[in-house]
Design a binder for this molecule. Structure first.
Ligand SMILES: Cc1cc2nc3c(=O)[nH]c(=O)nc-3n(C[C@H](O)[C@H](O)[C@H](O)COP(=O)(O)OP(=O)(O)OC[C@H]3O[C@@H](n4cnc5c(N)ncnc54)[C@H](O)[C@@H]3O)c2cc1C
Length: 337
């Protein structure tokens, strides 16, 4: 975390990944040594630090029999803080995070577990063999892309998520499919041919892989995207993408909307989280009438509770989710397809 602060302070974009939701972990010390305090002094953050609850130890003493002897005396040290500071490590880390967040180039992702390291040589081998490099959730770490996603969110009222695709000249292309979200494709380098078919009706809620044979009678709109072009692909539009012999890179911004089913089920889930509902329902032959009677009573009770739900609170949660997606702890990943 300290390195993250130092890099961000030097203007270097840094992403710190922490697998846990907080720093309240196993005990790993609580002593802030005078040398550590001196580093904080040099960084100009020691005054802020000393305003936090902490203890200061100027001398360490030991007792042998009846005799008390001074073991260490910090008051002579050539540092600005001539004492040991004592603060739980999790409070200290929260402090460092707060300092680092003052720099826009600092980015901390909590609950983001590192599951492996990138093998650069293998990555380039796969790329040379025609695989596409996919950089997931780049809006988390590229401020300009984050701003673009926010702008789209504000205009459209959904959550925006950006993925970058870097494809080698002889890649295999993307087979015919339809996505369950709006897509804005920004061609960054090279070019690519997109074939777009009429939008499916009804619009699918899930992404679908499609059989080209089912569209044999339909002439697609064919669009060649070149560097700087922007393409809007409406939700549920079947499309395939073909390379045209150049290295190509594009950013795809997917804008996702909750359905009314999503919002209603979240509201009902609130009620179903009630611990009183965790009792087992025993299902045996012959118990069906009793089960149905109890189910009816519970449904009537649930209906009463549903009408008392605080709709304002659920609505506020969805709006916050749509407006500030970076608060969600999405992992940032790099994969090779
Ligand atoms: C018992 C004990 C007492 C100590 N007392 C002191 C002391 O009094 N004063 C002092 O200055 N130093 C003390 N130390 C040393 C100090 O704790 C370490 O020097 C310091 O914590 C090292 O910092 P770090 O960021 O390198 O690693 P850590 O503080 O260990 O941080 C590593 C972080 O990475 C996270 N992580 C692990 N795996 C993954 C993954 N796969 N993906 C994402 N995140 C992951 C962990 O959850 C953890 O938060 C003590 C250490 C111990 C063990």
């Amino acid at each position: 975390m300290m390195l993250g602060l130092l890099l961000a302070r030097a203007g270097i974009a840094v992403v710190v990944l922490e697998k846990h939701a907080d720093f309240l972990r196993d005990f790993r010390g609580d002593t802030i040594h005078p040398s550590t305090l001196e580093v904080m002094y040099e960084l100009g953050i020691v005054d802020d630090f000393l305003r936090r609850p902490h203890q200061e130890v100027r001398q360490l003493k030991g007792q042998i029999g009846n005799q008390t002897i001074a073991v260490a005396d910090f008051t002579h040290l050539p540092t600005h803080c001539k004492f040991l500071g004592l603060m739980p490590q999790w409070d200290f880390l929260d402090f460092i995070v707060e300092q680092a967040r003052r720099y826009p180039s600092f980015n901390l992702k909590m609950q983001a577990e590192v599951t492996g390291l990138l093998d650069q040589r293998r990555l380039m081998e796969l790329f040379d063999d025609g695989s596409t490099i996919v950089l997931d959730s780049i809006h988390h770490w590229i401020p300009e892309v984050r701003e673009l996603c926010h702008g789209l969110q504000e205009e459209l009222g959904g959550t925006g998520r950006a993925t970058a695709f870097i494809t080698p000249p002889h890649e295999f292309g993307l087979e015919l499919h339809a996505d369950a979200y709006e897509i804005f494709v920004l061609q960054i380098a090279g070019s690519k041919e997109w074939s777009l078919y009429p939008r499916l009706d009804p619009i699918p809620r899930e992404g679908l892989n499609l059989d080209r044979a089912d569209f044999a009678d339909v002439a697609p709109d064919v669009v060649v995207l070149r560097e700087g072009d922007l393409l809007y692909v409406p939700w549920g539009t079947p499309h395939s993408v073909k390379p045209i012999g150049t290295l190509s890179a594009h950013v795809s911004i997917a804008v996702n909307f909750p359905t009314w089913a999503d919002i209603l089920s979240q509201a009902v889930e609130y009620l179903l989280a009630d611990e009183g509902l965790n009792g087992a329902a025993h299902l045996r032959p012959g118990t069906e009438p009793a089960l149905a009677a109890e189910l009816k009573a519970r449904l009537d009770d649930l209906a009463g509770q549903i009408s008392a739900i605080d709709a304002q609170e659920i609505a506020a949660q969805f709006v916050e989710y749509a407006t500030y997606p970076e608060r969600r702890q999405a992992n940032t990943t790099l994969t090779c397809h």
